[in-house]
Ligand binder design. Structure first.
Ligand code: ZN
Length: 159
């Protein structure tokens, strides 16, 4: 079966930056599972998956506009009271903030006495991403998965 509309693909991936330095990898853990065509992965990867089948291995180079977008002006100054109490704030760490729009991951830029400067860009925004992908298997999506627009794993509690 080939990956396309109404299929679920499982694959392992290794993500590196443009210099070949590994950023993250699924090897050693569970493969990633996606319902194809509903935006469950970045567009550059979703397009590259189409038509592939179990056993295929390939590389895909994803530009920022097909990945996590360009770096935007998302610097903010936030009162310390909005940060989790149990996190030692220092530049470079990422923290999840509870905002009126829901949880949001930000990167700490500078820590002041009562305020923290953060950058709301995704850590991979603006970066050229190199994926090495190994397709594990492909199956037809169930009607429930198509209806819910996400993958159901064996043993998932009903929701
Ligand atoms: Zn569901």
């Amino acid at each position: 079966m080939k990956i396309g509309k109404d299929t679920v693909a499982r694959f392992h991936y290794r993500l590196s930056d443009a210099d070949g330095k590994e950023i993250e990898s699924s090897h050693g853990g569970e493969p990633m599972a996606v319902l194809w065509g509903v935006g469950g992965v970045i567009p550059g990867v979703e397009r590259a998956l189409e038509g592939r089948q179990a056993g295929d291995s390939f590389q895909v180079s994803v530009a920022p506009e097909d990945g996590y977008g360009p770096v935007r002006e998302l610097k903010m100054r936030v009162s310390k009271k909005y940060f989790p109490k149990d996190v030692a704030l220092k530049p470079g760490i990422t923290v999840q903030l509870q905002t009126e729009q829901g949880p949001r991951v930000v990167r700490v830029v500078k820590v002041g006495m009562s305020v923290v400067d953060v950058d709301g860009n995704h850590p991979l925004a603006g970066r050229q991403l190199e994926f090495a992908i190994d397709i594990v298997d492909v199956r037809a999506a169930t009607p429930e998965e198509i209806d819910h627009r996400h993958v159901h794993h064996d043993g998932d509690p009903h929701h």
